[in-house]
Write a protein that binds this ligand. Structure first.
Ligand SMILES: Nc1ncnc2c1ncn2[C@@H]1O[C@H](COP(=O)(O)OP(=O)(O)OP(=O)(O)O)[C@@H](O)[C@H]1O
Length: 268
């Protein structure tokens, strides 16, 4: 039976699904991360915050296999890894969105979201290209799945629009749709509200909470907007100069003196 906890955000969170243990990462002389440990519980919205250059994106890149930590390990659903490659991570059910969008700008919204479905497509490439037999049936099934995501994200009007022609806030939504197409158990979101106006931020917060509630997806969020972070997170990790300086509920983190000092001394 699962060991459920009730977070201060009122969300029922489960057992530890992702456990980051003593991760360190160097870029030449720069220590981007020093001995970072924290865990993420199933169904949780877990945020990582910190001033510019604190190591947040580096941490996400270690989790999803883009970077190899120099020390430490990551345990996902009870399996421990010192390094994973990105494909392996995706196959295990971890998807992510990117701070600098990684979309195909000339392709339509549908095709961009469909590209997130590639791992799920089983038929061979020749059958797919010819669109015959099982490949055709499979394609119809995947297209339906993608259409549901488009409805969920309320971007029906832009289905066929090349992504590069959409306003930035909607491009961020398509990036989220591409990650959702992978049906992830854990969704890593790298600054999903960056560059957005207030209304776009409110929409994005609502989508994140709905994904968490309706699909039960565990969310790891990097975000600079403190209002959003404190509003929707169950627990927050705080990094500063590559070190962990705080970890706890939004209230605990808000009242942590080291965290207050780090933020007062930075531009955020
Ligand atoms: N590919 C890289 N090569 C060299 N140094 C890097 C690289 N990526 C990050 N760094 C350095 O590692 C440190 C942590 O950077 P990181 O981008 O992880 O921070 P961040 O908290 O995500 O910052 P921001 O909020 O500005 O996105 C910084 O000193 C940065 O300059």
């Amino acid at each position: 039976m699962s060991n459920y906890n009730e977070s201060t955000a009122g969300r029922k969170t489960g057992e530890v699904i992702l456990d980051v243990q003593n991760i360190s990462l160097r870029f030449g002389g720069v220590k981007a991360l020093t001995d970072i440990s924290f865990n993420v519980r199933e169904h949780e919205i877990r945020s990582i915050i910190g001033p510019n250059g604190a190591g947040k994106s580096s941490m996400l890149n270690c989790i999803n296999g883009v970077y190899t930590p120099s020390e430490g390990s990551i345990t996902f659903r009870g399996q421990t890894f010192s390094h994973m490659n990105s494909r392996q991570v995706a196959e295990m059910g971890v998807a992510r969105t990117f701070q600098n969008l990684a979309l195909f700008k000339g392709m339509s919204v549908i095709d961009n979201i469909m590209s997130g479905r590639n791992l799920k497509i089983k038929s061979n490439i020749l059958l797919q290209a010819l669109r015959i037999g099982p490949a055709e049936r499979e394609e119809i099934k995947h297209r339906e799945f993608v259409e549901n995501i488009i409805d969920f994200l309320e971007i029906q009007a832009f289905r066929k629009t090349p992504v590069g022609q959409l306003p930035y806030g909607l491009q961020k939504r398509v990036d989220l749709g591409r990650a959702l197409a992978m049906e992830p158990q854990v969704l890593l979101l790298d600054e999903p509200m960056a560059g957005m106006n207030l209304e776009e931020k409110q929409d994005m917060s609502r989508f994140i909470m709905e994904i968490n509630e309706e699909f039960g997806t565990t969310i790891v969020l990097i975000e600079h907007d403190m209002g959003v972070v404190m509003d929707i997170s169950d627990r927050v990790v705080v990094l500063d100069y590559g070190k962990k300086i705080g970890d706890g509920s939004p209230d605990e983190v808000r009242n942590n003196e080291e965290v207050i000092r780090a933020y007062l001394g930075s531009s955020h």
